[in-house]
Structure formats: C-alpha cells, structure tokens
Design a protein around this ligand. Structure first.
Ligand SMILES: [Zn+2]
Length: 230
C-alpha cells in the first residue's frame, strides 16, 4: 500500500486523481514519471508465471501479478516466490461476472480471496483487479472498506487474442509511456472466451517489451510504485 495514494482515495481530494480513474479504478499513474506498470492477470500458472517473473528480474524490473485465489491454493510455493520480489494483488476468488453484480457477493468473494493471501502469503493484498476489469455494481467505497485499491489499465497488450509474440510487441511497444498501466495475462481465468489460452506468446514477448522500455529510459515497476515520487 502506498499511504499517500490510500489517503487521497479516502479523502475529499479524490478529485485530484480524477483523470487517473476509470469507474473508481486507477487506470494510469502520473505521465510525468518514467515508471510503467506491467500487470499480469489470471495466474499463478506453473508454465507462464515463473518465466515472466524471471524475465522481469533479469531486467531489474518488478511487476504486479493479480492472482486468482484458487490458483494460489493450487500453487502456493510459486505464489510465495513471486510475492518475494513483485507485488501480488488479488483478482478475487470466483472470477465470474456474478461476483460484482451484487455488492454483498463482491464482499464475500473478496474476503475469501484475502483470507487465502493471508494464509499462504502471510499478507493481505492491497491491489485489486476486477474480473474482466468490470466493477459492476461495486462502489469505490466498497473497495476501500476492504483496504484495497482497484487498478484498471491504460491499455491492454491484447495478448489474449495474439497467436504470436510479434503481435504483442508491435502492439505494446509504440504505446509505452510514463505512467502507463499495461494489461497482460500469465494464466487463463475461468469464463475467459478469447484466444487459445496459451500464454507462450506473452512469455516470449515480455523480454522484448522490457528492452523497448529500457530503450526509452522507462522503468517497469509495480502499480503502487507509480505513485511514489522519485
Ligand atoms: Zn481475469
């Protein structure tokens, strides 16, 4: 958690974040920054997640992984290993649209996911990504009441519909800029309908995306760190 960001979200100064918000979710950091947040939904996945985490680490970068709680339960050692170095947010437990159709079901699902983080990772998550990026009927106050900050994305890598890493790199590289939050996937969420489900194109694209960032003097860090004044 970034105390300053949380304080702003909890205060009347929310309006200062106005241009950075989409449906109550943070969708970009300050454009004056040289920081970019690469974010990964639907993991942990034993094939894709370690390779992506290692590529980030080789580049001296950090990422944000929005893990599905049942996959943390299925791969606890992998989840812990990622959490040592990167930010692990929650992508909730059920990953269906029903979860956000009622505030009560959102709260129950989020509490169930938070309990998994506490039991296996020893820490509550502070970052949330809604399933499919859709807040549904959930209000910003419902998210804050759980100690979470919701993050959307500035642009998607479109990796779910990419058959080859070239498509991802040529889509992402020209769009990179300071403050951007970029959506990728290191797993496959229940109910996802797009693509083949293979994350190999994403795994192969990440080192090239990191090279593109470096070439422009941009640094890949976590969503929370976008708001840390350099
Ligand atoms: Zn998802």
């Amino acid at each position: 958690m970034v105390p300053e960001l949380f304080r702003i979200l909890n205060s009347a100064r929310l309006s200062v974040l106005g241009p950075l918000l989409f449906g109550g979710a943070v969708c970009r950091g300050p454009s004056s920054s040289n920081r970019v947040a690469l974010t990964f939904d639907d993991g942990p996945d034993p094939d894709a997640t370690p390779a992506i985490a290692e590529a980030l680490e080789r580049a001296g970068a950090r990422g944000t992984f929005f893990f599905l709680a049942p996959s943390i339960e299925a791969h606890p050692d992998l989840a812990r290993r990622v959490a040592e170095r990167h930010e692990v947010g929650t992508h909730l437990y059920s990953h269906d649209r029903e979860t956000t159709r009622r505030r009560e079901s959102f709260e129950a699902d989020a509490r169930r996911a938070i309990a998994v983080h506490e039991a296996i990772l020893g820490k509550r998550p502070s970052a949330l990504r809604f399933p499919f990026g859709e807040p549904g009927r959930v209000r910003p106050a419902d998210v804050r009441a759980l100690g979470l900050v919701a993050y959307h994305w500035t642009f998607s890598s479109e990796d779910s519909s990419a058959a080859h890493e070239d498509a991802i790199v040529s889509h992402v590289a020209p769009r990179l800029h300071g403050g951007a939050i970029v959506l990728f996937h290191d797993g496959r969420g229940p109910g996802s309908r797009k693509g083949t489900g293979s994350r190999r194109p994403t795994v192969r694209a990440i080192p090239r995306v990191l090279e593109a960032l470096q070439a422009r003097g941009l640094v890949a860090t976590t969503v929370a760190d976008l708001f840390d004044a350099p």
